[in-house]
Design a protein around this ligand. Structure first.
Ligand code: FES
Length: 144
């Protein structure tokens, strides 16, 4: 299996690993394909994600995509974080082996779950369609 240099880099020294004790939102998701778990913590101020950390029992690809995904949403408005797709993350990593694409979905779903938790805790209303369960944007073109 071939991993891109960026994947190897992010796996070897992942960014934003850990836990935020006073997180404003926490999302936990499991991967139906492999049973791996991801926990995501966000800090939110004035609609901006000021800090984000993750913890996972996932594989190398899950760690690399979470590292990249958290980098991509840190300091950004919540709306941007919600638009982040696993596809964009995989692209930023210069691709993932096709059999590992499902791993990249964990980061996206955990981020969404954390935002939903933040909305729920703060009584912020949202369009439930944003959080529908089917994240079926697997795109094998970016997986070479
Ligand atoms: Fe489970 Fe990659 S094999 S997240």
């Amino acid at each position: 299996m071939e991993y891109s240099e960026k994947v190897m880099e992010h796996f070897a020294t992942p960014h934003n690993v850990g836990k935020i004790e006073d997180a404003d939102g926490i999302g936990e998701v499991g991967n139906a394909k492999c049973g791996d778990i991801m926990k995501m913590y966000i800090k939110v101020q004035d609609g901006i994600i000021t800090d984000v950390k993750f913890n996972t029992y996932g594989c190398a690809s899950a760690i690399a995509t979470s590292s990249m995904a958290t980098d991509m949403i840190k300091g950004k408005p919540i709306e941007d974080a919600l638009k982040l797709t696993n596809q964009a993350v995989v692209e930023a990593l210069d691709g993932l082996p096709a059999v590992k694409i499902h791993c990249s979905v964990l980061a996206e779903e955990a981020i969404k779950a954390a935002v939903k938790d933040y909305y729920d805790k703060n009584g912020i209303s949202y369009d439930p369609a944003l959080f529908q369960e089917d994240s079926c944007h697997y795109d094998h073109h970016h997986a070479e």
